[in-house]
Design a protein around this ligand. Structure first.
Ligand code: FPP
Length: 257
């Protein structure tokens, strides 16, 4: 738990000191984040309703999108709503969808200004029509932007993504667009939701949980994993830089010796 986050932080290097420690030439191209701990953050701050944690979580999203743009990260994938999250209370789901619409509408000018291209991954047809409309609108309006790609995983489940890919392959097989010999891991990957984004180099999970939770199972085969105890609503640029420093200390071998 991040109880200490309620106290002033001592002996933590400044942002400038942290930033000095990263090598801009060896940044991960694609960072993915499992944003966890909103409910615990709300409880820790004395709120009865978990939605206060989600609201504070949106603030963290804004900080991290800005930070990734400033640092020159190319792709940021955020796990905002999983397929399993539909099992939460109707009240929490409704509040999360409203928050998402509010975020998408409110952030459009900011994302345009920062040249961010917004895309989404998941079973998007599951989303309520009003949310889907706002989502399609932001995707269309930012489609030509050339800076950071912000990929929001919504109603996302990795097993479903893999099954969806397999269904598309079966259709292509029936239409003689692909043969058994053609099917390699590389070719399989082209059937995933957004193959052009490539695999994450770094996966961050907040709030200390050591789980993957059905996120990007195919894509993280060789991804470096970094878990921080920081709860998502407290996550800021300094936390991101700490993750980048840890990433740069790792030796990526991709199965080689
Ligand atoms: C996990 O916290 C987080 C989520 C279920 C969703 C993440 C959502 C946000 C950051 C806010 C919405 C985002 C946008 C962009 C509108 P949890 O509720 O599982 O926390 P807990 O494990 O402490 O209970």
């Amino acid at each position: 738990m991040s109880k200490q986050k309620l106290q002033p932080e001592q002996n933590r290097p400044t942002l400038a000191q942290l930033q000095e420690q990263i090598d801009p030439a060896r940044l991960p191209r694609h960072v993915a984040i499992i944003m966890d701990g909103n409910g615990r953050w709300a409880k820790l701050h004395g709120f009865k309703d978990r939605i206060h944690g989600h609201r504070a979580g949106v603030k963290a999203v804004r900080h991290v999108v800005t930070a990734c743009g400033e640092l020159g990260i190319r792709v940021l994938t955020l796990y905002a709503f999983s397929k399993e999250n539909w099992n939460r209370s109707k009240r929490e789901i409704t509040a999360l969808m409203a928050l998402l619409r509010h975020y998408l509408r409110g952030q459009l000018p900011e994302l345009q200004k920062k040249n961010v291209r917004f895309v989404a991954s998941g079973s998007l047809d599951d989303l309520p029509p009003a949310t889907r409309r706002v989502l399609d609108d932001i995707i269309a309006k930012t489609a030509k932007n050339t800076g950071l790609v912000l990929n929001m995983a919504l109603s996302y489940g990795s097993r479903t993504e893999i099954v969806d890919a397999t269904k598309k392959i079966l259709r292509d097989f029936q239409a003689a667009r692909i043969t058994e010999q053609d099917l390699t891991p590389e070719r399989f990957a082209t059937y995933l939701y957004h193959p052009e984004l490539g695999n994450p180099d770094l996966l961050i999970r907040t709030s200390g949980e050591m789980r993957i939770s059905n996120f990007l199972l195919w894509q993280i085969a060789y991804t470096e994993i970094y878990v921080t105890k920081t709860l998502w609503p407290d996550f800021r640029k300094a936390d991101l830089i700490e993750a980048l420093i840890a990433y740069q200390k790792r030796e990526r071998r991709f199965g080689k010796v």
